[in-house]
Design a protein around this ligand. Structure first.
Ligand SMILES: Cc1cc2nc3c(=O)[nH]c(=O)nc-3n(C[C@H](O)[C@H](O)[C@H](O)COP(=O)(O)O)c2cc1C
Length: 363
């Protein structure tokens, strides 16, 4: 049903400005009577960060920035949803237009700049569904004009840890000037010390809430050495690799690549998968990784897992492939397990990481 509806709706949505199409999609998800996806094969289940995921496919941050439709997304078959990025105070983000479809490349460029309804509104929604079951994490970010950005993250983790399944510390959006500087060694160490300390304080009353770090795919390998070293020393619960890229791969065709902003979707797959494998070999199984960037098929999902992802997330491919992609990925992952007579995806995680790091750098 939803597949048919989507196939009919997609040409209409693509005729709209991308941001208008997105707002309409959120409205439809919020009010349409959605069928519940079939229960997941138990071989797709993943245990990570102390949480039990029914399947490894997550909705990446940025789709449901204000936590308006997490339960609709879970119903449609996602194994988990990452709401946000939420900022402490409401902010409008950059002027429109600020989202661009690269149809020929199956990519997206966005420079939204953390448009957010703010912590109060998002907190209210997550608190209202806190006992509904299902894994719903929240991705947190600083306000553009914050004087003390670290204080923004501290305030957000304190407020959201009690109502979210996990909290992602997002220091990798390219659209808030200077935000990515928080990935530099000294700044990151200070940030993680203060944020994880705040998490400990709330743990006493709210129970343990995993804290994940989401990084940019544009770090140099020397910077990645520092980031992973600090993440391990500060004992984050996991990392997400990664956010959109400021690079423009040579393969791109579309004229719109001249637009400023972060690139996502298919053109991001080689770089994001390489950075995932580079992260995996440095983390040495100290914590699990979520692989995100350019997943648009079962084969791409499997490649992410084999490069080191225990869980995966996607966003841009939904614009071009629709929700049927979720079922397609599940089928492909189960076939991969059957082919190798395996009982769980865990046995595939990182199988190709060393080989991927030996390849030529993606151009
Ligand atoms: C329109 C748009 C908005 C996004 N907003 C956020 C965001 O608010 N926070 C965040 O951490 N990532 C955000 N992302 C990045 C995605 O979560 C993801 O890391 C990236 O798009 C790569 O995955 P994909 O190729 O499957 O889209 C956004 C991506 C897009 C396309």
């Amino acid at each position: 049903m939803i597949g048919l509806f989507e196939r009919l709706a997609r040409p209409f949505l693509h005729a709209l400005d991308p941001e208008d199409a997105h707002s309409l999609t959120i409205k439809m998800l919020a009010c349409a009577p959605l069928p519940r996806a079939a229960g997941d094969d138990k071989r797709l289940a993943v245990r990570a960060f102390g949480l039990n995921f029914p399947n490894p496919i997550g909705m990446a941050a940025g789709f449901d920035k204000n936590a308006e439709v997490p339960d609709a997304l879970l119903r449609l078959g996602f194994g988990f949803v990452e709401a946000g990025t939420v900022t402490p105070l409401p902010q409008r983000g950059n002027p429109r237009p600020r989202v661009f479809r690269l149809n020929a490349d199956r990519g997206v460029i966005n420079r939204l700049g953390f448009n957010s309804q703010g912590a109060e509104a998002v907190l209210r929604r997550l608190a209202a569904r806190a006992n509904a079951g299902g894994i719903v994490g929240i991705n947190i970010g600083a306000n553009k004009d914050a004087v003390d950005r670290v204080a923004d993250y501290v305030r957000l983790i304190e407020r959201f840890a009690p109502v979210a399944s996990y909290v992602t510390i997002n220091i990798s959006s390219p659209n808030t000037p200077g935000l990515r500087n928080l990935q530099r060694a000294e700044a990151l160490d200070d940030l993680l010390a203060r944020v994880l300390d705040a998490r400990e304080r709330v743990t006493r009353r709210a129970g343990p809430t995993p804290a994940l770090l989401k990084i940019a795919p544009d770090l140099s390998l020397a910077e990645l050495d520092d980031v992973v070293g600090i993440a391990r020393a500060r004992r984050v619960d996991g990392m997400i690799v990664g956010n959109t890229t400021l690079t423009r791969p040579a393969s791109l065709h579309e004229m719109k690549i001249a637009e400023a902003g972060g690139l996502s979707g298919r053109p991001l797959l080689p770089l994001a998968t390489r950075m995932l494998a580079e992260t995996y070999v440095r983390v040495e199984s100290a914590f699990p990784l979520i692989g995100v960037g350019g997943i648009d098929s079962g084969a791409a999902a499997l490649a992410k897992i084999r490069a080191g992802a225990s869980l995966i997330q996607l966003y841009s491919a939904l614009v071009f492939r629709g929700l049927g992609l979720i079922g397609e990925i599940k089928t492909a992952l189960l076939s991969a397990l059957e082919r190798d007579s395996l009982d769980s995806l865990g046995e595939l995680v990182g199988a190709d990481a060393a080989a991927v790091t030996a390849e030529a750098w993606p151009s």
